[in-house]
Write a protein that binds this ligand. Structure first.
Ligand code: WT7
Length: 676
């Protein structure tokens, strides 16, 4: 069962250099394919033939044309969607502020739902959802439309209207998708807070965006137990004076306290509501959502996205990168609490009229084959996950996927961090049976949609490289000092030279920070925060963050955020955290901690500090290692030298350049600091 049932050589993805015999090519009028780079995995002929973009020549033509006139290119894409009123100008660019489709009026909820109701898609599954306990719900486009309308009417009845912020703190239930589509329908701005975050994270975010309502669930299922979401919301709302109403969706059935006048059961609220609610025609630049992401300093940044451009970007990239077809079951395993879920569970796939699979729980509940069971049960065709998940699958063993029929799969994807080539090859062989192309998609919360990625029917892939920019996207690897492109093969900063529709419009309430973080490193270009190399074939290799952000299991955590959580503990004087390579999570957090006078280090305190960080931020931010030290290495200007800490944590004998270190004796002390 492990192997694909039939081994059809033609349908396999070949390695261009290593293929022993040249593959028989159908003799026809088609021009021969351009030579793929040596060692690259060429898309199977059978895949390319049916793909939206069928060859490198086609991709190159698209990219070339988009380069000649990006605005015309993007306007052509936007025209495939519904607009209540046309725009007068595709782009107004006053760097760093972009306005796309100026004057146009549209609605993303309309484009995800109503647009399909007059077509064959009306009775097609929009969402196929599987709960962790094994319950399954399918919502057709018509049914999803009705649910969204009812909830939109309910929100209105609570006084939520255009421009109001709605915080969302839910598990992965269909109502989460319904909530954000309902907000989009009436022009309310949603801000989803990942259900794994704790009270303080909700408080900070609600404060920052001044949310008026919060939508939650009684609880969420996670590995067979209930995560009490409503309880966390109750603690948070005590410190959130702007919240007028709390809507509670019943999922786990645990007891919750309902605060009269403030709290409302979802099912009671929607019971009396009509199943129609006209989508409000919204300005293309009307705010769609705010999603918080960690920064290298202080509080999280509220990444602000607007309607028309984000819609256009997620629509096109879903279509081209996932090569969506009407008959596909497409599954992105992310949580809607992250941008991946916003763009590639909800908005992008639904704007394309696709069937989007949604799973509630953990990948290893009740057993490590849960994902493969889901793929077999629902005959999933396109599967999009993260390298950290793939590394966990490898650790759990290939016997789990091998137990299941994965022959429905035709395309695989990854996102979140660079994928190591070994994991790529395992994914390709064990999950894709060497038959499915892999799209390694590079993008960010800030970019809104995928920027650098193979097109599965066109691009020969090199394991570990996100390959090339999508049409309409113009990244470059540049020198930090000059801002000019570095020679091929050399590392530099990854920037984007031209505006694109789904780019962030700013940091909510902090235009100065927006300019400082993204627009000051390289004059006139968007700075991604990532380092990269472009090779001689034009392939981009993303190295990772160059700032103080640590990516743990694909989640962005700011060093400052974790440090301030540590320092908020009564025993801690000062803390510095760094990312250390970790087999499972990509990076793990290591913390160097100095204690206040009279406080004694010890294992009990280590555990206490770990629990403290988990409580303050959430379990993903929990340091894996804590080291107590007498002092931290600092520059003369007082900046913590994380580079040195990294060397120490990784056990390097040779410590890097220490010429700016203020107190050399610290190094010796740090080396003595015990690990664990
Ligand atoms: C950062 C963005 C975009 C959704 C998930 C994370 C890293 C993301 C890749 C990839 C190498 C990647 C980058 C990026 N990253 N995808 N395919 N290859 N690195 O969103 O939390 O905003 O993080 O994730 O460092 O800047 P995010």
């Amino acid at each position: 069962m492990a192997k694909a049932k039939k081994k059809v050589a033609k349908s396999k993805q070949g390695v261009s250099k290593k293929t022993a015999r040249p593959k028989p090519r159908p003799q026809g009028k088609k021009p021969p394919r351009p030579q793929a780079p040596a060692g690259a995995y060429v898309p199977p002929e059978t895949f390319s033939r049916r793909a939206h973009v069928k060859s490198m020549a086609e991709y190159e033509k698209l990219h070339r044309e988009s380069a000649k006139n990006p605005e015309k290119f993007w306007a052509g894409v936007a025209k495939e969607l519904h607009w209540f009123e046309p725009w007068t100008k595709a782009l107004e660019w006053k760097a760093p502020h972009a306005k796309w489709f100026v004057g146009g009026k549209t609605n993303l909820s309309y484009n995800c739902l109503d647009r399909h109701l007059s077509t064959h898609r009306r009775n097609k599954a929009a969402i196929v959802w599987e709960g962790e306990p094994g319950d399954v719900r399918t919502l057709t486009y018509q049914q999803l439309h009705s649910e969204v309308c009812r909830f939109a009417n309910a929100l209105k009845s609570l006084g939520v209207g255009k421009g109001d912020r709605v915080a969302v703190y839910m598990g992965m239930v269909p109502e989460l998708a319904v909530t954000i589509l309902a907000c989009a329908r009436i022009g309310a701005i949603h801000s989803v807070v990942f259900g794994g975050f704790s009270t303080n994270a909700i408080v900070d975010r609600v404060h920052d965006c001044q949310a008026k309502a919060i939508v939650t669930c009684d609880g969420a299922w996670r590995r067979g137990s209930v995560v009490p979401l409503k309880k966390t919301v109750d603690e948070a709302v005590e410190k959130c004076p702007t919240i007028e109403n709390v809507v509670v969706c019943r999922r786990t059935g645990n007891d919750v306290a309902m605060h009269p006048g403030r709290d409302h059961w979802w099912h009671e609220l929607v019971a009396g509501e009509k199943d129609t609610c006209p989508a409000t025609p919204l300005d293309s630049e009307h705010s769609l959502f705010i999603l918080y992401t960690s920064g290298s300093t202080g509080k999280p940044k509220g990444i602000h996205h607007t309607t028309g451009g984000y819609m256009t970007g997620t629509y096109l990239t879903s279509k081209l990168v996932f090569d969506l077809r009407d008959e596909d079951v497409y599954w992105c395993t992310a949580d809607i609490g992250w941008v991946t879920g916003h763009s590639y569970i909800v908005y992008g796939p639904l704007a394309n009229g696709a069937t989007s699979m949604m799973y509630e729980g953990a990948p290893n509940h009740p057993a490590p084959d849960r994902f493969w069971e889901i793929i077999e049960r629902h005959k999933v065709n396109v599967f999009y996950t993260a390298p950290t998940a793939i590394r966990a699958f490898i650790k759990w063993g290939e016997q789990h996927p091998n137990k299941h029929d994965l022959s429905s799969l035709r395309l695989l994807g990854t996102v979140g961090e660079p994928i190591n080539p070994e994991a790529w090859r395992w994914y390709h062989a064990v999950i894709g049976h060497k038959r499915c192309p892999i799209v390694d998609t590079w993008w960010q919360t800030e970019t809104g949609s995928i920027m650098i990625s193979p097109l599965p029917g066109a691009t020969p892939t090199k394991p570990g490289s996100a390959t090339m920019p999508l049409p309409g996207i113009f990244p470059e690897v540049v020198d930090k000092a000059t801002g000019k492109a570095v020679p091929d093969g050399e590392q530099g900063l990854l920037v984007v030279r031209k505006p694109w529709p789904s780019m962030l419009r700013g940091i909510w309430g902090d235009d100065k920070r927006f300019k400082d973080v993204y627009w000051s490193a390289v004059e006139g270009s968007y700075f991604t925060g990532d380092g990269a190399v472009k090779d001689a074939d034009g392939y981009f290799w993303i190295i990772g963050r160059v700032d103080d952000v640590i990516i743990v299991s694909g989640h962005n955590l700011g060093t400052a955020e974790v440090e301030s959580a540590l320092v908020s503990h009564p025993s801690v004087a000062e803390a510095a955290v760094i990312g250390v390579p970790d087999e499972m999570t990509g990076h793990a957090i290591a913390a160097f901690v100095t204690l206040k006078d009279g406080k004694a280090p010890g294992d009990a305190l280590k555990d206490e500090l770990k629990a403290h960080v988990a409580h303050e931020i959430g379990p993903i931010a929990k340091p894996k290692q804590i080291r107590f030290t007498g002092a931290l290495p600092k520059t003369r200007s007082g900046k913590i030298m994380r580079r040195l800490l990294r060397d120490i944590a990784s056990g390097k004998q040779q410590i890097g350049d220490t010429t700016t270190l203020e107190d050399y004796s610290i190094l010796a002390k740090l080396k003595e600091s015990d690990e664990g």
